[in-house]
Design a protein around this ligand. Structure first.
Ligand code: ADP
Ligand code: NI
Length: 226
């Protein structure tokens, strides 16, 4: 009898499809900048960057798909909720322990959080997914996401009397209520110089210039210039 009970393990394709379904359902009511479409864009960016790096593509895809599965900032600051949720899900579909560990470590370390601290875990797969996520915070999409998040948090668009703060601790960065324009100086314009891969750096370059042009036009209009 025992002989007939065979463990049929899923193929990588099936695991990826299951993960896509899980992510879509979980992020159903997510804020517009952190929803399934953000995940899909990061997945595409990650795939493009991974093509130029010697990485485990399966780990890259799973980490890209699961990187925002439970974001600390939407969960009372709980930073383990993301890696734990991803781990539980991957275990439930019998993914290899080693793959799960790599994915969980990427999720744990991907976030920017002000950038003023040293990242402890590194891997080439993290480098790729982090670049992919950072690219989605830049350019036209980055601008759209920033103002959507600002609206979600009821922030001012801009306030000329409140200067950006470039020396925020992780704690302060998480709790800021500053206008959305400040976020460009506190994060978005810093990303270009934080890219890990050559491909990521190249794409970041154009997106950076687009944000600079946007800001120049924004200030012009703010002053009522024609
Ligand atoms: P990280 O986790 O890397 O710190 P976040 O998840 O906080 O990045 O940010 C993701 C995106 O959400 C940002 O790129 C931006 O578009 C938006 N966002 C986060 N914080 C702010 C903020 N204070 N003001 C405007 N947009 C924000
Ligand atoms: Ni993300």
């Amino acid at each position: 009898m025992d002989k007939q009970i065979q463990l049929i393990s899923m193929t990588e394709k099936e695991i990826i499809d299951e993960t896509i379904n899980f992510v879509k359902v979980t992020l159903q009511n997510a804020e517009g900048g952190h929803d399934w479409w953000h995940i899909e864009r990061v997945w595409k960016n990650a795939t493009a960057i991974a093509a130029t790096e010697n990485v485990n593509g399966f780990v890259v895809v799973l980490a890209a798909l699961l990187h925002d599965i439970a974001d600390a900032k939407f969960n009372g600051g709980n930073e383990e909720i993301g890696p734990v949720t991803a781990t539980q899900f991957l275990k439930s579909i019998d993914v290899e322990e080693e793959v799960i560990e790599q994915v969980a470590n990427i999720i744990r370390n991907i976030s920017f959080k002000g950038g003023n601290f040293t990242q402890t875990f590194t891997s080439l797969e993290l480098a790729v997914v982090q670049d992919a996520d950072r690219l989605d915070a830049m350019g036209a999409i980055g601008i759209a996401r920033a103002f959507n998040y600002g609206g979600f948090k009821n922030r001012e668009l801009y306030n000329p009397t409140l200067a950006p703060d470039l020396n925020m601790t992780k704690e302060k960065y998480k709790n800021t209520t500053a206008p959305t324009i400040n976020h460009f100086y506190e994060k978005l314009l810093l990303l270009k110089n934080k890219m890990n891969t050559n491909t990521g750096r190249q794409i970041a370059e154009q997106r950076h210039v687009f944000m600079e042009n946007f800001l120049a036009q924004f200030y012009k209009e703010w002053e009522g210039e024609r």
